[in-house]
Write a protein of this length. Structure first.
Length: 482
């Protein structure tokens, strides 16, 4: 996936304690060397105040290179060592869970996690930048290019409010992302790919609503050519070759092949896969089926039977389109039927999670699985049990601990380490969110503050008002009046 190229740079530049030598290796695109350098931090002195953040960077590099299990373990170790205000701990936990979910193609979970980071107050602007990039990547891959571009515009404006020393390092990322999304739009809106329905589903009139064509993309390319960071230039030069290939300039394939070889050597295996599929789309757009077959052939050897959801969409479409061009109609229909069904399933499953986010409403979906994603598997059961029993006023921490067979102390420690909240604080927070959703719901005929509170296990009015105001900076009555 294309975020794999941006992620290590965003992570390294977003960490104020990043060693200069490590940052240089990332900027140069020498990701294996950067990962080897980061591996040394595992043996650092535990008393080093920067160790949690260095371990997080190490985990980031492991995620980039597709070593997910090791990365998760390092994230957990880093989380346990963090000694910072609770909001910083929660933000770090959400951020790490968000990127892990994104690399595992759990896109709505990633979106929820990054949105959680944005809700925290008093955190480093570099962490907010990191989360905003994650949101943009998730929205794009969820088939919402227009929303991704809108958020990218907001990101550009946000960078200009930052200290100049920070902004100067981040502008190149924004510039490259702008060009990238513009090329992604241009590629998938090419006339021969008009039946790529997943990418035309955001609006009734399709991707034409995305304002990134014509002179817009030319201006973005001109700006991107001023970027000097070698890692980003790798992506920019590749995107220029993709555009040339769509125009029928098949000589651009030589440069694309070199880019794929570089990415393979850099250990970006998932990036190689998705980049190869982008190249297949480009050669299909310029009617070069033999070249498309050569490009996609290595992907046939992978076990796509075990690849589901968003990860499989582009592959199924490319095979269906290629078989159609080759005159193999029965095979084409078989693959396109699978592609269309999967597109529908993904769009239906994602709609509930995306709608509250893109409409800028503060209302939450009934269950926030991004919280559970940050807990070890054993403690996720306690979280699920909590969700199922929030309406009970007598729900206790002891009951949660008994449910999963641990001590209260162990439960308290796990929730503190991975969520930055005690079980009691999380119960209170979840209840306040449910009450707020009740008060904000315009379709509820009888919106009553005490009724909503009682429904979610809060029976004391003063407790309700103080907890609600602490969490949302307003009284329940103020929410109701809006």
């Amino acid at each position: 996936m294309f975020p794999a190229l941006y992620f290590p740079l965003v992570a390294a530049q977003g960490m104020r304690c990043s060693p200069a030598a490590f940052l240089d290796k990332v900027r140069e695109g020498n990701l294996n060397a950067a990962s080897a350098y980061a591996n040394r931090w595992a043996d650092e002195d535990p008393q080093n105040a920067d160790l949690p953040w260095l371990l997080q960077l190490h985990a980031d590099m492991l995620s980039t290179l597709g070593i997910g299990d090791e990365a998760e373990e390092q994230y957990r170790r880093a989380q346990k060592l963090i000694r910072a205000p609770r909001q910083a701990m929660r933000a770090a936990s959400c951020r790490n869970a968000g990127w892990q979910a994104l690399f595992r193609h759990r896109l709505t979970t990633a979106l929820s996690c990054f949105a959680r980071v944005m809700e925290e107050t008093g955190i480093d602007p570099l962490l907010i930048f990191d989360a905003r990039v994650g949101i943009i990547c998730a929205l794009h891959q969820l088939g919402h290019p227009r929303d991704a571009i809108n958020h990218l515009d907001e990101l550009g404006a946000f960078v200009e409010t930052m200290d100049e020393s920070d902004a100067v390092r981040l502008r190149d990322v924004v510039t490259t992302l702008r060009y990238d999304l513009a090329v992604q739009h241009e590629l998938r809106s090419a006339a021969p790919l008009g039946d790529h329905v997943y990418w035309h589903s955001e609006t009734a009139d399709g991707m034409a609503a995305v304002p990134e064509a014509g002179e817009g993309i030319a201006a973005r390319e001109s700006a991107a050519l001023r970027v000097e960071v070698p890692l980003l230039r790798q992506r920019i030069d590749y995107l220029r070759d993709i555009r040339a290939l769509v125009r029928g300039e098949r000589t651009a394939m030589e440069s694309i092949a070199r880019h794929l070889q570089w990415a393979q050597q850099a250990g970006l295996h998932e990036y190689v896969r998705t980049t190869r599929l982008e190249a297949v789309l480009a050669v299909l757009a310029c009617a070069a089926p033999q070249l498309a077959e050569t490009l996609i052939e290595p992907l046939h050897r992978l076990d796509h039977a075990t690849s589901t959801g968003h990860r499989q969409l582009e592959y199924l479409y490319c095979v269906a389109k290629l078989r159609q061009v080759q005159g193999r109609a029965p095979e084409s229909m078989q693959f396109y039927s699978r592609y269309a069904l999967l597109s529908m399933q993904c769009l239906r499953a994602d709609a509930h999670a995306i709608a509250p986010f893109v409409s800028r409403t503060t209302r939450r979906p009934p269950q926030l699985d991004d919280v559970g994603a940050r807990l070890p598997a054993k403690y996720r059961r306690a979280y699920r049990y909590m969700q199922e029993n929030l309406d009970r006023a007598d729900l206790s921490v002891r009951e949660l601990a008994i449910e999963i067979g641990v001590t209260e102390r162990a439960l308290q420690t796990a929730f503190k380490n991975f969520l930055g909240l005690s079980p009691t604080e999380l119960i209170r927070r979840q209840r306040m969110e449910r009450i707020r959703a009740e008060l904000e719901d315009p379709f509820t005929t009888d919106r009553n503050i005490l009724g909503a509170a009682n429904k979610w296990g809060v029976q004391n009015r003063s407790t309700l008002v103080s907890s609600y105001r602490k969490q949302f900076n307003e009284a329940p009555s103020e929410t109701l009046e809006r």
